[in-house]
Design a protein around this ligand. Structure first.
Ligand code: PLP
Length: 456
């Protein structure tokens, strides 16, 4: 738990607000954030932090941007709301849909807009079921996710999510959802097994699951190109080739969840490009609007769009849509965000600065006795802290080593994130510079030294 005093606002927060990822009886204490600028935020006591998590992996342009503020203001003055039901539409929705199709890592047919990553994935699941119903494949409905994968917390998205904490107490996953192992070579690789062989074994596990369930019952598999919240897992190089070959063979759709990886995070525009995935459906959110406005998108292939159109024609209308699908204000902010990405040469910048961050992490912490494994590509990384490096053994969960490290970093004015297996994630705003990476890693090093002293 962080150690700052409970202010009056924090007390009111405790009284009135229910928070994600908090034990209301234990903590951590409310941390009242009041202001942001560049890669930094300030709390109500005036303490300054570099947010090396870009909030929740989303504030790609940091915590201040005049152009995005103006884009929202201008749109609110021109047309603050309109919907897209019954054929109504507006320019931000049209322009953003077109731009996303142009940017997509594989040919895509249509775009649907929503408000969050969870909604995007939930919608994707609905579209998959709707599509298979339209084709008369009424049994082909099961969805495969991966353990430790994260796809959000609405009911269907939480079902494909593979994290226990998002299932316990919520009566999910629903029946139609299956999970295969996390692509975690560090822990799941066998003694003497190469990454290639491990990838073969993952593909075999998938093939066996499909055989056991029946290919005609399985509709799609969801994958984050690089697993984010589950501990920054970068699958072995040939993993996706092998997994996709299995899925294609059984006519199972590939869904790429680009909610974290999309828009330069991994050093390519899309995680699919970094990892070699050709999706039938792509979902994105977060950096789509630099986190400044809630918005997400679902891109579907022409094949799906055609099937959905056929099904809809038979029913008479498409019975899906949110009041705020394609809301003009977030859509205008997203469009301006994408323009800024173009102007800042996003991919060149994130691959260069990300390459620097990855190299420095390995150079500075690779030999550290507490750091068992360093994973990541581009501007997303995870350092797994371990009790025994040779045995790849984690600390007892009751020691909360990850949470201790997060708190120690906070004392240094650095925000990082604790993920499963005491993996500490870094996912800084994409505007970060090499010099700022150095400052982040200096603070991280102090936190790690203090943790080492404490555990000794
Ligand atoms: N998918 C991924 C990969 C995510 O990391 C997240 C959120 O962190 C989501 C989906 C859910 O997005 P949201 O929190 O906007 O619903």
């Amino acid at each position: 738990m962080s150690e700052h005093a409970l202010t009056a606002s924090a007390q009111r927060d405790r009284e009135y607000a229910l928070h994600p990822y908090v034990d209301p009886k234990v903590g951590p204490m409310p941390f009242v954030v009041t202001r942001g600028e560049g890669i930094r935020i300030w709390d109500e006591q005036g303490r300054e932090f570099i947010d090396a998590m870009a909030g929740l992996w989303c504030a790609s342009l940091g915590f201040s941007n005049e152009r995005l503020a103006l884009a929202a203001y201008k749109q609110m003055q021109e047309l603050p709301f309109y919907h897209c039901f019954t054929g109504k539409t507006h320019m931000p929705l049209i322009d953003l849909s077109q731009r996303l199709i142009e940017l997509a890592p594989a040919p895509m047919g249509k775009v649907l807009l929503a408000n969050s990553g969870s909604e995007a994935n939930d919608t994707a699941i609905k579209l998959i079921w709707y599509y298979n119903n339209a084709l008369g494949r009424t049994q082909k409905k099961k969805i495969i996710g991966r353990h430790r994968g994260y796809h959000g917390i609405t009911l269907a998205a939480a079902s494909v999510t593979g994290q226990v904490v998002n299932h316990q107490g919520f009566d999910v996953p629903f029946e139609r959802f299956l999970h295969v192992q996390a692509p975690d070579f560090y822990h799941n690789g066998l003694l003497g097994e190469t990454e290639e062989q491990y990838a073969d074994r993952c593909a075999k596990e998938l093939e066996d699951l499909i055989a056991a369930e029946g290919a005609d019952t399985i509709a799609a598999m969801f994958m984050e190109p690089i697993t984010g919240g589950g501990g920054v897992l970068v699958p072995p190089r040939t993993y996706y080739d092998k997994i996709q070959a299995v899925l294609r063979r059984h006519d199972i759709l590939v869904v790429a969840d680009e909610v974290i990886c999309g828009f330069g995070r991994t050093g390519s525009y899309w995680g699919c490009q970094t990892m070699g995935i050709t999706p039938d459906i792509l979902t994105c959110a977060k950096a789509l609007s630099a986190g400044f406005q809630p918005i997400s998108a679902i891109l579907i292939s022409q094949k799906l769009a055609d099937g959905i159109a056929e099904g809809t024609h038979a029913i008479g209308t498409f019975g899906h849509g949110y009041t705020y699908s394609g809301h003009p204000v977030p859509a205008a902010v997203a469009l301006e965000t994408l323009r800024i990405y173009d102007e800042m040469n996003l991919v060149e910048h994130t691959s260069r600065v990300g390459g620097y961050m990855q190299a420095e992490l390995r150079r500075r912490f690779g030999e550290h006795p507490l750091v068992g494994n360093i994973r990541g590509v581009g501007l997303v990384a995870g350092l797994e802290l371990v009790d025994d490096k040779a045995l790849r053994k984690n600390f007892a969960p009751s020691m909360k080593v990850g949470a201790q490290m997060v708190a120690l970093c906070e004392q240094q004015g650095l925000i990082v994130r604790g993920c499963p297996n005491d993996t500490i994630a870094l996912s800084p705003p994409l505007i970060i510079t090499e010099a700022e990476i150095d400052v982040v890693l200096n603070k991280f090093a102090i936190g790690l030294d203090q943790l080492t002293q404490r555990l000794r």
